[in-house]
Design a protein around this ligand. Structure first.
Ligand SMILES: Nc1nc2c(ncn2[C@@H]2O[C@H](COP(=O)(O)OP(=O)(O)OP(=O)(O)O)[C@@H](O)[C@H]2O)c(=O)[nH]1
Ligand SMILES: [Mg+2]
Length: 483
């Protein structure tokens, strides 16, 4: 483990968001938490913080030494600067190990003034605390075994959740649903491994510790469960993160109109002048649990106009980061429609073709347009009219269905929401498959053991039983300071 974050030191940070607020909290964690806090707070009850009941809020004055050159200086009879009461607040002492970090924790709840919070934090540092790094409180909770790695990730997911479903998934993971399932599978594998290794040791005595059929059945059972979890991974990830949908097409086809109507809000300017939208416009909605960020872009056309060129550049940039592109055509402009670029993009660049303004065309023209498009692409084609609303509901349902697969809707078990977990499960899957082939072929138990160890280690990575500093660094650096 890296030396930064060694648990002997005491860390502090402002735990509430920057800016004005009703309440702001400074959090201190580590063996010196109480001693440091005593430099900043004085309980109104006049009791010492150490002697008061843990996990209870106590009214306190927040005291700071004045900054000599700035503050009017109340000077005591001895000539020393006296402390100033800068605020009043509540203080809670959470005695180890019954705290988030499993260390001694003191939280100082002041008014939500950026200045007070800053000064309190500085005073804590002056008294011996170190400013916490991003995610360091949660990292300590992990290192002390209060949370496993998947639960630590769920803390961040909870903070970031932007939809009810994302929040629910985060909470299930935080409560340890994934961790328990992984531990169960891993324990099974480790058990098999123990038998296998005992078998290896006693091979001369020709003792069959686990029969081949028993081994196969057990491995297959584990493999099925790993695969069932993997089947939820893609939907799980998009439900946690949401998707980015970029609306593209030539000028004046109705891109901004579509954005407004999908948002149910008059967000982008709509006119009949081609080239109305210059910049990209980004806004999010939640459809049945799926967070969808819609991005309207400048219409693509040949131009030398500087602002429009920049708009087109941004449009292309947005497309590169899209999970889905809605490419819009104006159905009423069939004759001059540019169909040459219609294609079936490679995997990972999902695309739907939208024919808008069907209120202006008859069924026969729509049919021939559809045929022309479908001759060029395997992507789905959606006829819509933003003006009448026709086809919009079908489009929304199709967008959601593109990402939230039936395998997810049908599963009531553990859901995989992180790419990191998916990669580890895929490794476990491969190792299990290799182990099964080895058992089938009757190869030496040593080789089967290697694959079993591989599968168990892969599962261990998810919960952090097996993990590197680098992985921890990556995970916790995504957190905010103070969590
Ligand atoms: N009849 C009809 N007109 C529509 C429909 N959707 C949009 N329009 C009209 O088409 C014109 C262009 O719409 P916009 O949404 O500004 O088109 P855009 O693709 O964003 O255009 P740029 O920003 O210039 O690239 C406006 O006059 C809209 O009222 C539709 O379904 N039917
Ligand atoms: Mg527009």
């Amino acid at each position: 483990m890296s030396t930064v974050g060694a648990a002997e030191d005491t860390i502090c940070a402002i735990a509430t968001p920057a800016g004005e607020g009703g309440i702001g909290i400074v959090r201190i964690s580590g063996p010196q938490a109480v001693d440091i806090a005593r430099n900043v707070v004085r309980l109104r009850s006049k009791k010492s913080l150490l002697s008061v009941a843990s996990h209870q809020l106590h009214l306190a004055d927040i005291l700071l030494r004045p900054v000599p050159s700035i503050d009017t200086q109340p000077v005591s009879r001895t000539g020393a600067l006296t402390e100033q009461i800068v605020d009043e607040g509540l203080v809670v002492y959470m005695k180890a190990p019954r705290s988030f970090t499993a260390e001694d924790v003191v939280e100082i709840h002041c008014h939500g003034s950026a200045l007070v919070l800053q000064r309190v934090c500085e005073a804590c540092v002056a008294a011996g605390a170190r400013l916490a790094q991003a995610g360091e409180f949660t990292k300590r909770a992990f290192l002390k075994g209060r949370l496993d790695l998947s639960q630590a990730e769920a803390v961040l997911d909870t903070i970031r959740a932007k939809s009810e479903v994302a929040l629910r998934l985060a909470q299930r993971q935080l409560r340890g649903e994934l961790a328990q399932q992984i531990h169960r599978l891993r324990t099974g594998l480790v058990g098999l491994l123990a038998h296998l290794e005992a078998g290896i040791d006693f091979v001369d005595e020709d003792i069959a510790f686990v029969g081949r059929d028993e081994m196969t059945a057990s491995l297959q059972g584990t493999l099925v469960e790993v695969q069932r979890m993997l089947a939820t991974a893609e939907s799980g990830r998009v439900l946690r993160e949401g998707i980015r949908v970029v609306i593209t097409g030539e000028p004046n086809v109705g891109k901004s109109s579509l954005l407004n109507s999908l948002l149910q809000e008059d967000r982008a300017i709509v006119t009949d002048i081609p080239g109305t939208t210059r910049d990209t416009i980004e806004e999010s909605v939640v459809w049945d649990g799926l967070r969808v960020t819609l991005i309207d872009t400048a219409g693509l056309r040949d131009t030398t106009e500087v602002v429009e060129l920049e708009g087109i550049r941004r449009s292309k940039e947005a497309q590169d980061q899209a999970d889905l592109i809605l490419h819009v055509f104006d159905g009423s402009q069939l004759a001059r429609m540019e169909l040459e670029n219609v294609c079936s993009p490679s995997r990972g660049h999902e695309r739907l073709y939208i024919v808008n303004k069907i209120d202006l065309i008859d069924a026969a023209s729509m049919q021939s347009l559809s045929d022309a498009l479908l001759a060029r692409t395997t992507c789905k084609v959606f006829p819509i009219s933003v003006r009448t609303g026709e086809g919009l509901e079908t489009l929304k349902i199709a967008i959601r269905a593109q990402f939230v697969k039936p395998s997810f809707e049908a599963s009531d078990g553990v859901v995989i929401t992180h790419v990191r977990h998916r990669v580890a499960l895929e490794q476990a899957e491969t190792s299990l498959q290799e182990a099964l082939v080895s058992v089938e072929r009757g190869v030496e138990p040593e080789f089967v053991a290697v694959d079993l160890r591989g599968a168990a280690d892969a599962l261990g990575e998810i919960v952090g039983t097996i993990t590197s500093d680098e992985v921890l660094e990556r995970i916790f650096s995504e957190f905010c300071i103070g969590k």
